[in-house]
Design a protein. Structure first.
Length: 674
């Protein structure tokens, strides 16, 4: 190589080396920026996951607190005023004892061990005699007996409720579920229980509901945490009613939302850990709760004050730990997520670092290969060409070197396809979580009443649907029924359906209002801040099993089908109501019918009648009516199953375009419950 060729090659190497170094530094900076953005996305996803976790636990806690309030309202009178008449207040002690199956105990005192139907209520255990007591004793005893109707429905409505109890100042207690008196003897030590002390008028003058400390309830139930409320007869303190929630159930719900990194814990106001994956791996074997300082990161959360100092729902980094706190409105508890920041970086590097390092290594190798190829196939031949020209001019000809072929990379298309696949996987996971959450709020149990049967089902057109149904028992024994259809489909409709269902249940249980008033309140609540302009059509009814009277409101919903016992069918008259969430402050007119034994009321959404076959023909109302003409169903489930089978046969595999929901009410007989 001549001196001229050597200088040309050296200048090329310097220029190309500087360009390659700048490109490698730029790519390294770009990958670092991508990792930083991925960290922000991971923290955001963790926060959204914790929010869904918090919302579900909030629902569980709120349902427990609402049930305690219902028990308190059933047992006492919260406001001062005239005496409310009671059937046995003061009453006749002998008649009261007979009606309640109360008997003196051989060892003294009295109990309810001879109760024939143990599912009809709890056991009553007390000291002293049943006769010759002051009127307040019989008044409080009658109040305890009035809780039986509420307690029978607790197991169906609150699967997390392990026990319920009412402790009276008259030296007796009501314990549910029923257990023999020797297992729950009345002892003066019961008045040393923290729940009793907190409920005292001097400590709780405002008569507020409260959550007590966790305690071990036995090998069969493990740790329990009580929510309680003081009970008053006007201004006279009667005692305290408490509902004990199972921490085993809380842990199982808590564990189902595990993120995979870090630890999510539920902490009460004293700093005790109520849910923790390490502490409650076997919840029934844990005898007591641990303090947060024993398991959480002491360098990031040294005490409970440091937990309260965390902003609600805002991620905070302390001493290398990512911390997110969510406070509960229904209980003085907090949901805290602690994730080592190093674990997040490790996860991101494991997921993306290999690809980035491979890209950097590939680029470096590509640069090396390009340098070798260009040096050997382009730069050196070009330098030799100059020498060749010089040689030709000097009369010394040389052969012309060959030029190498061009090539192109294929990396951009693969990167785009991979990123798209990741986005679709993440979206699918979110849709699956939303679908499971929506299914979890639908009723899982149906009324066990010999006077009527109730059954329903729903099938969403997409992963998340806008249809829902619900039923719940009112305080006066009536059964509230709901079948509703939210405008639109997908996640937005599913979220709006959850809000509408929650409003209908909470207003119906708390307000004790007529069905038209309930719809009015729910309509006003849905109209508030309804920026999406969504609405819901609904058929809401209150059914009285004793008389088979059904009071209903149709809020823009398709008419229900009234199937008579002799085989005739007719459409339920419309009440002319507007769909919920459209216009505020509307009054809803009620309709009223009485079912005869053997009659069925079929409620459905328009997904039933609008279902299409492969030829785009709708199922229609005529086919639905003909399905039951001269063939009345023998029960609610048979009616729903008949509709489902007819739709499957009619559509014959055609794509479902709308959510399909159906619920049936069948009257077996009239009169009082057996």
């Amino acid at each position: 190589m001549s001196l001229r060729e050597l200088r040309f090659f050296r200048n090329y190497n310097r220029t190309l080396g500087a360009a390659y170094l700048a490109l490698l530094l730029g790519m390294s900076g770009f990958f670092a920026w991508q990792l930083d953005r991925a960290m922000d996305d991971e923290v955001r996803a963790l926060g959204e996951h914790l929010q869904r976790h918090h919302q579900f636990l909030e629902f569980v806690l709120r349902s427990s607190a609402d049930q305690v309030e219902s028990l308190r309202m059933a047992a006492g009178r919260p406001a001062a005023g005239g005496r409310r008449p009671r059937a046995t207040c003061p009453g006749r002690p002998a008649q009261l004892a007979t009606r309640a199956a109360l008997r003196p105990a051989a060892a003294g005192g009295w109990n309810r061990d001879l109760l024939e139907d143990r599912d009809a209520g709890g056991n009553l255990v007390g000291v002293g005699a049943l006769g010759g007591r002051d009127p307040d004793f019989y008044c409080d005893l009658d109040a305890a007996l009035s809780l039986d109707a509420q307690l029978r429905s607790v197991a169906f409505r609150l699967p997390h409720a392990a026990r319920a109890r009412f402790l009276s100042v008259q030296q007796f207690q009501l314990a549910w579920p029923w257990r023999p008196a020797h297992e729950i003897p009345f002892m003066p030590a019961l008045y040393d229980d923290p729940v009793w002390r907190i409920a005292q008028p001097q400590r709780n003058p405002e008569r507020l509901k409260f959550w007590g400390p966790a305690y071990f309830g036995g090998q069969d139930v493990g740790l329990l945490v009580p929510v309680a409320a003081p009970v008053y007869d006007a201004d006279r303190f009667m005692g305290v009613v408490a509902l004990d929630m199972s921490l085993d159930y809380l842990h199982r719900v808590h564990a189902s939302f595990a993120w995979g990194l870090g630890t999510a814990s539920v902490i009460d106001e004293s700093g005790a850990l109520l849910a923790h994956p390490g502490l409650y791996a076997d919840p029934l074997a844990v005898l007591s709760t641990l303090h947060m300082s024993q398991l959480l990161a002491p360098d990031a959360l040294p005490d409970f004050a440091s937990v309260l100092a965390l902003p609600d729902g805002v991620p905070v980094v302390r001493n290398g730990k990512l911390l997110i706190r969510r406070g509960f409105a229904a209980a003085p508890w907090h949901l805290v997520q602690v994730v080592p920041r190093s674990a997040l970086w490790t996860k991101l590097l494991f997921e993306r670092g290999a690809g980035m390092l491979a890209a950097l290594a590939g680029m470096a190798l590509l640069m090396a290969l390009s340098w070798v190829l260009t040096s050997r196939e382009f730069v050196l031949p070009a330098a030799r060409l100059v020498s060749h020209l010089m040689a030709e001019s000097g009369g010394q000809p040389q052969p012309v070197p060959r030029v190498p072929p061009a090539w192109r990379p294929w990396f951009d298309a693969i990167t785009r396809a991979f990123r798209r696949s990741l986005e679709l996987t993440a979206l699918r996971r979110e849709l699956d979580i939303a679908a499971r959450l929506q299914q979890s709020i639908l009723p899982r149990h149906w009324p066990s009443d010999a006077r009527f049967t109730l059954w329903g089902t729903t099938a969403a057109a997409r992963e998340v649907g806008g249809d829902f149904y619900d039923h719940f028992q009112l305080v006066d024994g009536r059964c509230a029924l709901v079948v509703a259809d939210v405008s639109g489909k997908g996640i937005g409709a599913g979220l709006f359906a959850m809000v509408a269902k929650t409003l209908l249940r909470s207003v119906g249980l708390q307000a004790q209002a007529a069905v038209g008033e309930v719809c009015g309140h729910v309509n006003t609540g849905l109209c508030a801040d309804n920026d999406t302009s969504m609405f819901v059509t609904a058929l809401h009814a209150h059914y009285e099993p004793a008389s088979a009277e059904l009071v209903y409101v149709s809020a823009g919903h398709p008419p229900a089908l009234w199937i008579h016992a002799h085989g005739g069918c007719e459409w339920l008259a419309s009440t002319g109501g507007t769909a919920l969430g459209v216009v505020e402050d509307l009054a809803y007119r009620e309709g009223r019918i009485r079912l005869a034994p053997g009659e069925t009321l079929l409620m459905y959404t328009d997904g039933v009648t609008d279902a299409e076959d492969a030829g785009a023909r709708a199922f229609g109302m005529q086919r639905l009516q003909a399905l039951f003409a001269q063939r009345p169903p023998a029960g609610a489930r048979e009616a729903v199953d008949r509709v489902r089978k007819a739709l499957i046969d009619f559509t014959d595999g055609a794509e479902q375009f709308d959510d399909i929901t159906c619920m049936a009410l069948h009257c077996n007989r009239l009169g009082a419950a057996a």
